[in-house]
Ligand binder design. Structure first.
Ligand code: ATP
Ligand code: MG
Length: 318
């Protein structure tokens, strides 16, 4: 548990340096390198998103932070504690909601939280079982066995379970996979509230809109390597590309070569399109060129890159 004084709070909630993980191959197959030298620093107080295609290594990284998977090499610190040399402290500083829901389905929700608190060494008088059950709207099912809970309830219970020891770092591996819209919104709201109260959040997600809505920093991991790591806004600007579609009222059926050279393309009758770099080119002169060649602009629509564009550009296969 984080009982550090404000003066000694770490600048980074999690620090990972040159982290490598090779899973041994089975049946004589070669080892599989899931992480190939990952370095990341997660600022204390942030909501940090880890994105990447299936098999990129996200869960491997998270499981190493949680002490569930052994790394092959590299340094990992959680809340300034080395996961090898100070493993108990490092584990106490982190709560992890794993991607796969795995818990003893014969326990009731309440017993499960109590049991977990016991495992984490939380003294009985400091337990917050009822408050957690209430926060995740599980009070009415608290005494049902876990196997009688719906999938969404189980997922909420997993988040509650990760929080029994009040860790300063909460890690959520795909928190809203298979979760309905309403529950997703309420989980987001809960995560934001926790973060406002000081918890650092690390989450992986395949829902880019989730990353856009929640995270202030994002790392994209691809085939075991970090291919981007930046503030969300910087990442979005980084593509430096903008697409503009112009509907014209008049003008010839073909595109004058000078306009084609500039990058304009005729995508449909009366519809012209250009992709340009806002840092190098302004839209005004591009439109002026259209007018010089006898086109009258009727309508303009612009397309700014979103996270999906960034993601695809950085992780496209081949
Ligand atoms: N226990 C394991 N034994 C062997 N290989 C594994 C094991 N766990 C993961 N891998 C391999 O490591 C690579 C990374 O897997 P990982 O689960 O970390 O990816 P991920 O980014 O979480 O993917 P997803 O988005 O599908 O959850 C994959 O090639 C996977 O097959
Ligand atoms: Mg995963």
């Amino acid at each position: 548990m984080a009982s550090t004084s404000p003066r000694s709070l770490p600048a980074f909630a999690v620090e990972v340096q040159d982290l490598r993980k090779a899973y041994p191959g089975s049946n004589g197959a070669p080892a599989r390198e899931a992480l190939k030298g990952v370095s990341l620093a997660i600022p204390r107080g942030s909501i940090f998103g880890l994105l990447g295609p299936n098999g990129a290594g996200k869960s491997t990284l998270i499981n190493i932070l949680a002490g569930l998977t052994r790394k092959t090499s590299g340094q990992v610190r959680v809340w300034d504690k080395d996961v090898d040399r100070e493993s108990r402290e490092a584990r106490g500083a982190i709560g992890v909601v794993p991607q796969e829901l795995n818990f003893d389905a014969f326990f009731t929700a309440r017993v499960l939280l109590e049991f977990q608190a016991g495992l984490q060494g939380v003294p009985v008088r400091e337990r917050q079982t009822d408050a957690l059950l209430a926060a995740f709207e599980l009070t009415s099912v608290a005494d049902l066995r876990v196997r009688a809970l719906s999938g969404g309830m189980r997922r909420r219970l997993m988040v509650a379970k990760a929080l029994v020891h009040n860790p300063p770092v909460l890690v959520l591996d795909e928190p809203t996979a298979g979760v309905d819209v309403e529950l997703r919104q309420s989980l987001w709201a809960y995560v934001r509230r926790l973060n406002q109260k000081g918890t650092t959040i690390l989450l992986t997600t395949h829902y880019l809109e989730e990353a856009e809505a929640l995270c202030d920093r994002l790392a994209i991991i691809h085939e075991g390597q970090v291919v981007a790591n930046d503030r969300k806004t910087t990442l979005l600007r980084r593509l430096d590309t903008k697409r503009v579609q112009v509907r014209v009222e008049s003008g010839g059926p073909t595109l004058p070569p000078a306009l084609a050279e500039q990058g304009w393309a005729l995508t449909a009758p009366h519809l012209l399109e250009i992709t340009y770099k806002p840092s190098a080119t302004a839209l005004g002169p591009l439109l002026a060129a259209l007018q010089r060649h006898g086109f009258t602009v009727a309508d303009i629509s612009t397309h700014e890159p979103d996270l999906e564009d960034v993601f695809l550009k950085l992780t496209r296969r081949g």
